[in-house]
Design a protein around this ligand. Structure first.
Ligand code: DGJ
Length: 701
């Protein structure tokens, strides 16, 4: 047996590798001393055989297979395409080689009889996020179908016995559930052709004793399959196995003779707690996933036309909206759905990406000119991967959509999906979008995707990536948002090509106080579109004050998605003040380290971002507190011995401000040590529902 260790800044991974045998990850955790005896480490974790195991206990390790009596799901499930009725093809992969450096390793397996290679790459990146990817190469003569394409197989260290999983739906993304891992394990999949609202491509495991966590994510914008199988029958070595794979859907992946499948990738990170895990993922995204993140300027405040005007578009109404927007301090005006072809409602014209002459007799130029004159830049909504049956495109190319020959073509939101695997479809879309971007000075595209992909769509995600990559190469200055009826396509695959996501169509602040903290477990605030919505909210019907809506919207990439003309003077003034505050603080919010803050009242959500000696925190109460004096808000991540000026930026929440003791001192700022702020906390009036406070900190020494 050979042992290989990879070391990050605070992380060690130890692999046990046996040429002609198996490969295993025997340690994943805090960095081990250089002198650690890896054979002794393996011996300390080895188990003796017991009664319910096969005579040679199976070692699923990094490549679980059926052979040897392991009854869990194999990572590589093959069907012989020329003999599919024979069922799953038995495999016997053996380790043949590996190459390692201090921080990465490639492990190669080979199945002699099938002639297939399997390779796994493990890379510890700066910041200790581990990237794992796997590919398959068929050197043999048989044609196979692969069920799911593995990206990560992770034998879970035994100390992680808790699981936080995520599930969601439209307008209700990322609901967290915590449970003990064993015995049921976990399974989630997306079969709708996109990562979807299901949330099973994200997870957090935890060690209840220490609070240590392990977060994992599949880097892919299409179908996925996630499984954790516990060794309930004791066949293996007691560890559960996490498998994250690209889902093959009904058709699976074709792996004919003499072919290879591109590597599929997942990432995971270990951290002492969930705040540290969030910071690790944020650093990884900022450094290695988001396109040219280091060159981004300040995240401009948006006003999006959707909640204000919907499909009731006219040049005059849009210019009036843009003028209102500018008076609020908005920096980017985004024209949402309804500007093209005959698109006066959601049942028509997708695919006809030419400016509607009914709405814009002189094209978009007059509107864009006015937007520019008002000091804003211009953004445009598109939904390229879709086609309406009632469209010129569909009439000309009825077979460009996903369909089964001779069968009905069921729609969703009145639309069909284009087959992005076809080069002519991508060429058409590139030509239309490229023409728009050449003709008009468009700074930003809101790229929507409002339909599940059915019937099955092999090659769809790759086709989407190819189109967006080509457009970005031709128009590198254009920012892109990934929207999919809200958060239906959010993953590191899409974030590698876009500049922000639309976390949910649900703009209700109380819902956002759940949704944003969950997304920010993985994603930094600068990519999370966060808009002040209307009141009453169109989805929940809830009425909320502007102060509450605006304060919460500051924690993200702020925007407005409401009609300022329907606001009172007082509401507008409050909004203006918060937009100004956002501009003052976005440098901190979008570069800093996020702290997830705990509060004993479950209805209080608090978070904070610190950067270069400054910090801004939000404490928001959603319900009516059971006590008159809510527990003090305790901040985190400060230097205990440093002194900070702590103040409460105005405007203060109208309902709660009368309960504030020492308002003058809060206005001026109290000087306190980091220790005092983190342990003693700040007594803020948080008794009333729908109250939010901002807390500003400046380090003095
Ligand atoms: C769904 C998006 O999530 C909304 O924000 C809006 O852009 C509509 N589509 C437009 O059709």
């Amino acid at each position: 047996m050979d042992y290989v260790r990879l070391d990050g800044e605070a992380l060690t991974l130890v692999f046990a590798l046996e040429e002609g045998g198996t490969a295993d990850l025997i340690y994943a955790g805090p960095r081990l001393p250089e002198s650690e005896d890896l054979a002794a480490l393996a011996a300390a974790g080895a188990r003796g055989r017991h009664e319910s195991q096969p005579d040679v206990p199976p070692r699923p390790g990094l490549l679980p297979e059926r052979k040897g009596g392991w009854s869990g799901r194999p990572a590589i499930r093959l069907l012989d395409r020329d003999n599919p009725l024979a069922g799953e093809v038995p495999t016997d992969f053996r380790v043949i080689d590996w190459d390692a450096t201090k921080w990465d390793i490639r492990i190669g397996w080979h199945d002699e009889r099938l002639g297939i290679d399997f390779n796994a790459w493990w890379r510890v990146t700066a910041g200790d996020v581990v990237r794992v990817s796997c590919n398959l190469v068929n050197h043999g003569e048989r044609n196979f179908t692969l069920a799911d394409h593995p990206a990560l197989v992770l034998p879970i260290p035994r100390r992680f016995t808790g699981l936080t999983s995520f599930a969601g739906r439209w307008a209700g993304e990322m609901r967290e559930t915590h449970r003990a891992l064993a015995p049921e394990g976990f399974a989630a999949r997306s079969g709708i052709g996109k990562s979807g609202f299901g949330g099973g491509n994200w997870m957090v495991l935890d060690d209840p004793a220490s609070g240590e966590v392990l977060g994992a994510h599949l880097v892919w914008s299409g179908n996925y399959s996630t499984r954790i199988e516990c060794d309930t029958q004791g066949q293996g070595d007691g560890r559960a196995v996490l498998q994250m794979a690209i889902g093959g859907g009904a058709a699976g992946f074709s792996l004919p003779a003499a072919s290879a499948l591109d590597a599929a990738e997942a990432v995971f990170a270990l951290a002492p707690d969930r705040t540290a895990l969030a910071q690790a993922f944020h650093a990884h995204l900022r450094a290695r996933v988001l396109p040219s993140r280091a060159t981004w300027g300040p995240r401009k405040v948006h006003l999006n036309s959707w909640e204000a005007l919907g499909f009731n578009l006219s040049q005059d109404a849009l210019i009036a909206l843009a003028e209102d927007a500018a008076s609020l301090g908005i920096e980017r005006f985004v024209l949402d759905d309804g500007w093209f072809g005959g698109r006066r409602n959601d049942q028509t014209s997708l695919g006809d990406w030419t400016v509607s002459s009914d709405v814009f007799p002189n094209g978009l130029a007059p509107l864009i000119a006015r937007v520019h004159q008002l000091g804003m830049d211009f953004g445009l909504w598109v939904e390229p991967e879709m086609v309406s049956p009632d469209s010129d495109l569909y009439r000309a190319q009825p077979d460009w959509c996903l369909h089964t020959e001779g069968r009905e073509r069921p729609t969703m939101r009145g639309q069909l999906a284009l087959d992005m695997a076809r080069a002519e479809v991508r060429d058409y879309l590139f030509a239309r979008l490229d023409a728009l971007l050449r003709e008009y000075p468009i700074a930003y595209l809101k790229w929507d995707h409002n339909r599940d992909l059915f019937p099955s769509a092999p090659g769809q995600t790759q086709g989407f990536y190819a189109l967006i990559d080509a457009l970005r190469a031709a128009h590198p200055q254009v920012e892109i948002e990934s929207c999919s009826s809200g958060g239906g396509r959010i993953d590191f695959g899409v974030l590698n090509r876009t500049h922000r996501v639309w976390p949910s169509d649900n703009n209700d602040t109380i819902e956002r106080l759940r949704i944003i903290p969950v997304w920010s477990q993985f994603l930094p605030l600068e990519v999370l579109g966060s808009h002040v919505g209307p009141s009453p909210n169109p989805i929940t019907g809830r009425r909320l004050g502007i102060d509450f809506r605006a304060k919460v919207a500051m924690f993200g990439h702020m925007g407005v998605e409401a009609d300022p003309a329907r606001m009172s003077e007082k509401e507008r003034a409050t909004l203006v003040a918060h937009i100004a505050l956002y501009k003052q603080w976005r440098g901190v919010l979008h570069h800093g380290a996020l702290q997830r803050l705990a509060h004993p009242d479950p209805n209080v959500t608090a978070m904070m971002v610190a950067h270069e000696g400054k910090a801004l925190a939000l404490a928001a109460q959603t319900a009516f507190s059971p006590v008159f004096d809510a527990a003090p808000v305790r901040l985190a991540g400060l230097e205990p011995a440093a002194r900070y000026r702590v103040s409460l930026p105005e405007p203060w929440p109208p309902r709660a401000k009368h309960y504030l003791a020492n308002p003058d001192q809060w206005r001026e700022g109290l000087v306190l040590s980091g220790s005092a702020v983190m342990t003693h906390g700040l007594a803020l009036p948080l008794t009333h529902p729908e109250t939010a406070w901002l807390i500003a900190l400046e380090k003095l020494s």
